[in-house]
Ligand binder design. Structure first.
Ligand SMILES: Cc1cc2nc3c(=O)[nH]c(=O)nc-3n(C[C@H](O)[C@H](O)[C@H](O)COP(=O)(O)OP(=O)(O)OC[C@H]3O[C@@H](n4cnc5c(N)ncnc54)[C@H](O)[C@@H]3O)c2cc1C
Length: 384
C-alpha cells in the first residue's frame, strides 16, 4: 500500500512508470472545496485517497467566503468545523484576531475561500496522498480506473471528478455542456479596510439597477463586499465598479455611503461572469462528479457550498462504502447517487433559486411586480 504524505511535503510526480496502487484507492481530481473536504472525510474513515491538484497550496480564487446556518450544520456533521473556525477566527494574539468580546458568530463573518481549503488540507490524515499536478487523461472501466498526471499513471477503484467548472476532463469522458442560462449573472467582490467595524449585513438594491444584492461582512483584517449583479461584462456600470467600487456602489444603493465612505480599498474589485450549464451524456463507468464539476449554481443563490457539502455527505456516508465493498463501480451503480432524492432536492433547489433570483431582480412581468411589492410590504412590517 502506498504511504500517505501531507500536501506540503509531497513532490510533483516525475517518473513515467505506472504506480501500482491498491485496488480500493479513491482518486480525487481537484483539490478545491469539494475534493479537499471529501479527501478529509474519506481519509479519516480509513479509505486510501490520492488527490490531484496543480496547486500545492490552494490558490486564491473568488468563491464562497461566508457560511450560512445549514452549511455550518453540514460542516459540523462532516467533522470539519474546526478548520473553518481556524480560518474565520484568527487565534488570540494574531494581529488580525477579533476582540474577544466582539468576535462575530461564524455566520456573521467570513474568510478567503482558499484559507478554508488550506485549513481542510492541513487536517488530512496520512491516508490522504497529495499529488501536485494537473490530470490530463482518465481511463475508466467498471472495475479499475487510471489517471495520468505529471507523466505518471495512477490506478484506483473510483475516480471522483471534483475539478470545478473546467470542461476539459468532462468532455474527454464524452460528456457535453448544455447551456441553461449563458452569462446569467456577474459576481463582483472587493475588500475594504475593516475600521470602523460594522456587523455583517445584506443590502438590496433598488429595482432597475439589475443588482440582486450586496453582502458586507468582516473577514480577518478586511471588510468584504460581494455584489451579485445581472449586468454584462461590457456594461459601463461594471467598468465603474472595477475602477471605483466604493463610489459606484454608494451611488447605486442608498444608505451605503455612511458605511463605506472613507475606507481604503485593500483588494481591488474582481468580476466573475457566471454561466448556468448542465453536463449531459452517457455517464462513464468508474467516475463520479461532485461539487461544481457536477453542477454549478449562481453564486447569488448562496447554495454552492450546500450542494458541495451535500454531495460529500451522501457520497462518503451512504454510497461509497458499498461501492468499495462491491464487485463493480459501473455507471448503473453510480447512477443511484445522481438520482438520490436528497441530492436531487438540494441540486434542484439550487438551480431554481438561481433562476428565481435573476427574475426577482430584472423581470418586469406582473407576477414579479406583485412579488416585489409583497416583499417590500413584509419587510416594512418587520420590527426595526
Ligand atoms: C464568485 C463566486 C462566489 C461564490 N459565492 C458563494 C456563496 O456566497 N455561497 C455559496 O454557497 N457558494 C458560493 N459559490 C459557489 C462555491 O464557491 C462553489 O460551489 C464551490 O467552491 C465549488 O467547489 P469545487 O471544489 O467543486 O470547485 P472549485 O473551487 O472550482 O475547485 C476545483 C479544483 O479543481 C482543480 N482542477 C481543475 N482542473 C484540474 C485538473 N485537470 N487536474 C487536477 N486538478 C484540477 C482546481 O485547481 C481547483 O482546485 C461562489 C462561486 C463563485 C464562482
Amino acid at each position: 500500500m502506498a504511504t500517505g504524505l501531507q500536501a506540503e511535503r509531497n513532490m510533483p510526480a516525475s517518473a513515467s512508470a505506472p504506480i501500482d496502487d491498491d485496488a480500493d484507492r479513491v482518486l480525487i481530481v481537484g483539490g478545491g472545496m469539494a475534493g479537499s473536504m471529501l479527501a478529509l472525510v474519506l481519509g479519516r474513515a480509513g479509505v486510501a485517497v490520492t488527490l490531484f491538484d496543480p496547486h500545492a497550496s490552494p490558490a486564491p480564487a473568488f468563491r464562497a467566503e461566508k457560511l450560512v446556518d445549514d452549511q455550518v450544520a453540514l460542516i459540523e456533521k462532516l467533522g470539519a468545523l474546526d478548520c473553518f473556525e481556524a480560518a474565520c477566527w484568527p487565534a488570540d494574539g494574531d494581529p488580525l484576531a477579533y476582540p474577544a468580546a466582539n468576535r462575530p458568530s461564524l455566520t456573521d463573518c467570513g474568510a478567503p475561500n482558499h484559507e478554508w481549503v488550506a485549513a481542510v488540507r492541513r487536517a488530512w490524515p496520512d491516508t490522504v496522498r497529495f499529488v501536485q499536478g494537473s490530470v490530463d487523461h482518465i481511463e475508466t472501466s467498471d472495475r479499475i480506473q487510471h489517471v495520468d498526471a505529471g507523466g505518471q499513471r495512477f490506478s484506483g477503484r473510483l475516480v471522483v471528478l471534483a475539478s470545478g467548472q473546467a470542461p476539459q476532463l468532462s468532455e474527454a469522458l464524452g460528456l457535453t455542456k448544455r447551456s441553461i442560462s449563458a452569462a446569467h449573472s456577474m459576481a463582483l467582490g472587493f475588500s475594504l479596510s475593516v475600521d470602523p467595524p460594522i456587523p455583517a449585513r445584506t443590502l438590496e438594491a433598488p429595482f432597475g439597477s439589475r443588482i440582486g444584492y450586496a453582502s458586507l461582512f468582516p473577514m480577518p483584517g478586511e471588510l468584504r463586499v460581494n455584489v451579485f449583479s445581472y449586468r454584462g461584462l461590457d456594461d459601463p456600470w461594471i467598468r465603474w465598479m472595477r475602477r471605483d467600487p466604493v463610489a459606484c456602489l454608494c451611488d447605486t444603493i442608498p444608505g451605503l455611503a455612511a458605511q463605506l465612505a472613507g475606507r481604503q480599498v485593500l483588494r481591488r474589485c474582481e468580476a466573475r461572469v457566471i454561466d448556468l450549464a448542465a453536463i449531459e451524456g452517457a455517464q462513464p463507468h468508474g467516475v463520479v462528479r461532485i461539487g461544481d464539476a457536477f453542477q454549478a449554481p449562481c453564486p447569488a443563490s448562496g447554495t454552492g457550498m450546500l450542494k458541495t457539502l451535500n454531495d460529500i455527505d451522501l457520497l462518503a456516508n451512504t454510497y461509497l462504502p458499498g461501492w468499495l465493498a462491491g464487485p463493480s463501480v459501473a455507471r448503473e451503480v453510480i447512477a443511484a447517487f445522481y438520482a438520490d432524492h436528497a441530492k436531487r432536492r438540494v441540486d434542484d433547489a439550487a438551480l431554481a433559486i438561481s433562476l428565481r433570483c435573476r427574475q426577482a431582480a430584472v423581470s418586469t412581468s406582473l407576477y414579479w411586480r406583485i412579488r416585489r411589492r409583497i416583499g417590500r410590504l413584509k419587510r416594512a412590517m418587520l420590527p426595526h
